[in-house]
Design a protein around this ligand. Structure first.
Ligand SMILES: [Zn+2]
Length: 388
């Protein structure tokens, strides 16, 4: 609690800590001494005097601990290393999960992350753990139990156990949308709001929600599946087994399929690459790409409205690989929809923003998940890694 109060304040004195936490001066003094001995906190100078002697200010020592985030997706694997303060100190990418066996993909990834730690001179004993992020849905003890068709080899694969044994580090699992929400909250500097959400647009469409700073996880860490809300009862079949889902109607896969049906020549070897080609054409104003993406944005905007209405959000951040390449098409459609139709619009405004880390949102979120679980453990998390 004390560590999180120091993090949230930036710099803070012992006296202010007693006011913020409600703990006694003696307790604060003991806890702060221990945090300083552990190297997590340093004294950083003196604040302004309020009559007596100036107060000594405390702050986090960012380089005292690190966290790793790894995002596995069919389209690519991204990783980030964040310091204790939430700054990204290293990041990298590898080719996607593709058709290789899960074990060889993970071996390659862990080797690459190890090399990045070494290049940055980061001592492994300072690494708290790995936040491993994959497209949902996930099953916390294992990994992915139910996967999109193109990730079949990963179904039931012992993800957590394998990454732990390959890396020697504790591993937390999370789905990409929830991780991106934690990442925005932790690294993106979201201003305080009671109900905050991210709309994650990648190969899949999902949402992550934090209520009073705590992640809303649902019964099995699979809340926020806004991409599998039905918007067309008789609509196309979705891989999830339902019909007319937002993702099946307006996700990148649907947009690419419609473009191919219209005879648009696409040269990519994956949905992500073909969608990127369409986004580039749409931004140049070319038809039918422009119309296809605008139609997708219109449907996604209705999904955003649904999410905002159900959770009564005060702030929504748009993120994920699709936003990284096509924010200028999706953001105006979503903002306009919420401005005009958000149910509680007469009570409060809803802020819509685009993530500064949209392309790496899930990997940043993985690292943030580890920090969040370590530094704010009173907030519900999926289980704590052990500080070594
Ligand atoms: Zn679905």
């Amino acid at each position: 609690m004390v560590l999180d109060a120091i993090r949230a304040a930036g710099t803070i004195s012992r006296v202010e800590l007693t006011q913020t936490t409600g703990l006694t001066g003696a307790t604060i003094s003991t806890v702060v001494r221990r945090l300083i001995n552990d190297g997590l906190v340093v004294e950083s100078g003196r604040g302004e005097s309020t009559g007596g002697k100036p107060r000594v200010l405390l702050q986090l020592e960012p380089s005292s601990r690190y966290a790793i985030g790894i995002n596995l997706d069919h389209a690519g694997i991204h990783y980030t290393v964040a310091d204790l303060g939430g700054s990204i100190v290293a990041s990298g990418s590898l080719p996607g999960a593709g058709s290789d066996s899960p074990r060889s993909v993970l071996e390659r990834t862990v080797r690459d992350v190890d090399a990045a730690l070494e290049a940055e001179g980061i001592d492994r004993s300072k690494v708290l753990g790995i936040g491993f992020v994959s497209p949902g849905p996930i099953h916390l003890p294992v990994g992915m139990t139910f996967v999109p068709p193109f990730m079949q080899p990963w179904a039931g694969f012992p993800l957590r156990e394998t990454v732990e044994s390959l890396s020697g580090l504790p591993v937390l699992l999370e789905n990409d949308a929830t991780a991106s929400a934690i990442g925005e909250y932790w690294v993106g500097g979201v201003e305080h709001t009671t109900a905050f959400g991210t709309l994650f647009l990648g190969t899949g469409i999902g949402a992550g929600v934090l209520v009073n700073g705590a992640v809303y996880r649902g019964a099995s860490s699979n809340a926020g599946e806004i991409g599998h809300v039905c918007i067309d009862v008789g609509g196309p079949m979705c891989w999830c087994g339902s019909r007319g889902c937002v993702e099946a109607v307006a996700g990148p896969g649907a947009v690419v399929r419609e473009a191919l049906e219209l005879g648009v020549p696409l040269t990519g070897s994956s949905v992500a690459e073909n969608f990127a080609e369409l986004a580039a054409a749409a931004k140049r104003g070319e038809q039918p790409a422009r119309g296809l993406l605008e139609r997708s944005a219109e449907v996604v905007a209705v999904a955003a409205q649904t999410l905002a209405n159900i959770m009564d959000l005060g702030h929504i951040v748009l993120t994920g690989p699709v936003i990284a390449i096509a924010a200028e098409i999706y953001e105006p459609a979503i903002a306009a929809q919420l401005k005009g139709t958000f149910f509680a619009r007469l009570n409060h405004r809803i802020r819509v923003a685009v993530s500064a880390n949209a392309a790496q949102a899930a990997a940043v979120g993985g690292a943030a998940l580890v920090l969040h679980t370590e530094l704010a453990p009173r907030l519900p998390g999926p289980g704590r890694p052990v500080i070594h």
